[in-house]
Write a protein that binds this ligand. Structure first.
Ligand code: NZQ
Ligand code: ZN
Length: 389
């Protein structure tokens, strides 16, 4: 088990009714609020009106950053920064999913950043000065509510970059707010949660019982609760479990004591989103089984024991032929993603091989995938992308 340090400054309110603490928490930081949100779901669900009433009652002065895109753009960060600077905003209130929270994190840092905002993203450094951020999460997926990272897109450059920005000061996670998430986004978000686990679980460190136990528990919980949430969108228990899984999966906790792995599926998926603006979790679901099969063959000495463990502990599969067992676990995962309604080929998303060369080079920029569980080069990435067509 390797050394680790963990320092999360985020206060998390979890459960129904917790929004009653929203204005008391916001007022710790000031009265001038930037209210940031996405493409309108919070208006359709009534959450916007509810929160505006709370803010009015609390005598907050509210400025709005609306229309934050899924895969948030640098242009939205720029808009938010301009509003914060022009109005001396004291605290950002992000209401939405990972896209809204990530954009808000970038705005929080960008408000004080002297220089080009895209350069701030590409040359990311943790610990930069930032406005305080409070968020109300509306979809279980990224874990942005409980981590310090954010992912910003620059579609002019076909770039999508993960960066360290700032942790939320306070996150509100009420599972009831996720009852309205459409089936496609519910499934995609769950695939993202699972991928955050896979990126740490498939590591060379195999003696961290706590991490592996948490990882397997989260995977089994998503496998159990996602079909329930799809069949019965207002099932509180299913939504609550997905939401709690979301926050922990990307928090670093399931990687305690483990070798870091360069997160290869995320590196590849960010290229798909950068070129084709697809839903993050869908890209991950398509890539993951193909990546798994590729590394199982490329270095079975390293990979086989973990895939056998995955098949046994997560899917409950049995058998003496270890390679057959490992492959069956991967097949089961691919089948699961298909059963929950995720399109499982790039062709279905109208993606062909036209940009595979550039995407492979960008995914492996700085030879970063050399430190993956099974190291990958650009030819590996292209082979995995080809297998996804
Ligand atoms: O934009 P609105 O109208 O709000 O609609 C959203 C959007 O269309 C909708 N939605 C969200 N909550 C809803 C709802 N619709 C109805 N009812 C609700 N309660 O769902 C759609 C997707 O929202 P989005 O915020 O884009 O989803 P997600 O949370 O999956 O965020 C994806 C972004 O986060 C990044 C991804 O790359 C992508 O850009 N990631 C962020 C990470 C982080 N900060 O740690 C890690 C992840 O690996 C990921 O890369
Ligand atoms: Zn992700």
């Amino acid at each position: 088990m390797l050394n680790f340090k963990h320092d999360i400054p985020t206060k998390l309110y979890f459960g129904k009714g917790q929004l009653e603490h929203l204005t008391e928490e916001l007022s710790r930081f000031g009265t001038k609020v930037l209210l940031a949100y996405g493409g309108g779901s919070i208006k359709r669900t009534g959450l916007y009106d509810k929160i505006r009433v709370m803010l009015d009652k609390g005598n907050f002065t509210v400025f709005e950053l609306d229309g934050i895109e899924p895969n948030p753009r640098i242009e939205s960060v720029q808009r938010g920064v301009e509003i914060c600077r022009a109005n001396d905003v004291e605290v950002i209130l992000a209401i939405g999913g990972g896209s809204t929270i990530d954009c808000s994190k970038a705005v929080a840092v960008g408000t004080f950043y002297e220089g080009d905002l895209w350069e701030m993203v590409t040359n990311s450094k943790p610990g930069r000065k930032a406005l305080p951020l409070v968020d109300v999460l509306t979809i279980a997926a990224t874990g942005s509510e409980f981590d310090g990272g954010g992912v910003i897109s620059n579609l002019t450059l076909n770039d999508k970059m993960g960066a360290s920005f700032t942790y939320p000061a306070v996150s509100f996670c009420d599972p009831e707010l996720t009852f309205t998430v459409p089936a496609y986004q519910t499934a995609a978000g769950s695939a993202d949660i699972m991928s955050h686990i896979f990126e740490g679980y498939f590591s060379k460190t195999s003696d961290s019982d706590l991490s592996d136990g948490i990882a397997e528990t989260i995977l089994k919980s998503v496998i159990k609760n996602l079909p329930i949430a799809l069949a019965t969108p207002d099932d509180y228990t299913a939504r609550a479990n997905l939401m709690a899984n979301s926050s922990v999966a990307c928090s670093g906790i399931p990687e305690y004591g483990k070798q870091s792995t360069a997160w290869p599926c995320h590196a590849m998926e960010h290229q798909l989103s950068a070129y084709y603006d697809i839903t993050h979790g869908v890209g991950l679901a398509i890539l993951t089984p193909r990546w798994m099969r590729h590394i199982l063959v490329k270095d079975s000495t390293v990979a086989l024991p973990r895939f056998v463990r995955f098949a046994r502990n997560v899917w409950g599969l049995e058998g003496d032929d270890e390679m057959a067992l490992a492959k069956a676990g991967i097949d089961r995962l691919e089948q699961f993603f298909g059963e929950v309604g995720i399109p499982m080929t790039l062709t279905e998303l109208n993606i062909d091989r036209a940009h595979f060369d550039e995407m492979a080079a960008k995914a492996n920029k700085g030879n970063r995938l050399a430190s993956a569980f099974v190291p990958l080069n650009e030819e590996d990435v292209k082979a995995i992308l080809e297998a996804c067509l």
